[in-house]
Design a protein around this ligand. Structure first.
Ligand SMILES: [Zn+2]
Length: 377
């Protein structure tokens, strides 16, 4: 068995932790083990998942308690939160986190708090649709909003961001069109009215999302900033018919900006692997599918690694809210990758040295190189 626990993970896509009270009781803890937002699923069915049952068993081993939810909750609550976070991150051997603060809610920690909590460096990602929503509220006209959007994206590298990120897949789909300025302006009007009425806005207007994406990718290209795209599952909002990464082909063909397809496009990971194999500027991230696919992870990785270059695959946790999620994702990911690479060696496809090299690049080196992080970690 190939044990990859000594290979550090560069977690290039994750979200902030929440204050411990958010996950202190059984209901607050269980609900993060599923993509579902339905309380019946959280109560009735999450405890019947492989992911949850294994998590309780593994955490009980780490906490040295009985493998029941009640004992795990009590044992983690007995530890100072900061120390528990440090234990999990060090055990998971996570060396660096790139964090998207656009998801998290009221109890989520901010960037300075995350830097103080984690035993490793944390760098921020800029979520484009969240930025656009804020600017629609702040700015009075379409022109002023677009100018402010372009200016913010334009200085994102200077402001410390290491990549941009889009959730177009969950809002308006990945078949990104070419709306002109007038179409985008017309789409802005009702959103601005909504913003005036309620003080907030949810951007789900296709002409505007697509128009702003083209503006953003032009700025990303100038700064050599990668752009992360959510693909496949990852949000209760997602209509998977529009989140298949194959819809991105026209967009991919019109830019040379590095594009990262998040979540392996699950369940469309073969399509995502194909795109990563075909285009020099497309990378494939396997987070969220790892850990949620659990026992199915080696099958998925077998398909992906059988097709796409090792130099194009990135591991991450997509963890959020609970420090345990970072630890669980890292553990499932190293287990699945170890299984697949071990099999490649046993079959005589790879030498042991080549398998180790592949693990090293996918768990960290590819991300360090793609995001220009070599010097700091
Ligand atoms: Zn995410």
């Amino acid at each position: 068995m190939m044990d990859l626990s000594d290979v550090p993970l560069v977690d290039h896509h994750a979200h902030p932790l929440s204050r411990p009270e958010a996950t202190a009781d059984a209901a607050g803890f269980r609900r993060w083990f599923t993509e579902s937002t339905d309380p019946d699923v959280h109560v009735q069915h999450v405890p019947q998942t492989l992911f949850f049952q294994t998590a309780v068993r593994w955490l009980a081993e780490l906490l040295d308690c009985e493998p029941t939810l009640e004992d795990v909750l009590a044992a983690r609550a007995a530890r100072p939160y900061h120390a528990w976070v440090q234990t999990l991150f060090k055990d998971a051997n996570i060396g660096l986190v790139l964090c998207d603060y656009g998801y998290g809610g009221d109890l989520a920690y901010g960037h300075d708090e995350m830097k103080a909590l984690l035993p490793c460096p944390v760098r921020p990602l800029l979520r484009l649709e969240t930025l656009a929503q804020e600017l629609i509220v702040e700015q009075e006209t379409f022109d002023a909003m677009v100018d402010a959007f372009v200016a913010t994206v334009d200085r994102s590298r200077t402001d410390g961001y290491v990549a941009l990120k889009s959730i177009a897949a969950y809002r308006t789909g990945l078949a990104i069109g070419r709306p002109d300025r007038d179409e985008a302006d017309a789409a802005f009007v009702p959103l601005k009215e909504e913003a005036r009425r309620s003080g907030r806005v949810r951007l789900a207007s296709k002409p505007l999302v697509d128009y702003l994406l083209w503006q953003a990718v032009a700025q990303a290209s100038r700064q050599e900033l990668p752009l992360q795209f959510h693909t496949g599952f990852g949000d209760r909002d997602a209509d998977l018919r529009h989140a298949n990464p194959i819809h991105l082909r026209a967009f991919i063909e019109e830019t040379r900006t590095p594009l990262v397809l998040l979540h392996a496009g699950w369940p469309f990971y073969r399509e995502a692997a194909h795109l990563a194999a075909l285009y020099p500027h497309v990378w494939l991230d396997v987070s969220l599918a790892i850990p949620l696919a659990t026992a199915g992870i080696p099958n998925m990785l077998g398909d992906i690694l059988g097709m796409a270059p090792f130099s194009k695959i990135l591991f991450a946790t997509d963890a959020f809210t609970m420090p345990e999620m970072f630890w669980l994702a890292a553990r499932w990911g190293r287990w699945g990758l170890g299984q697949v690479l071990q099999q490649f060696v046993q079959e005589g496809f790879l030498s042991a040295e080549e398998a180790w090299r592949a693990a090293w690049v996918m768990l960290g080196e590819n991300a360090r190189s793609l995001y220009g992080l070599r010097r700091e970690y």
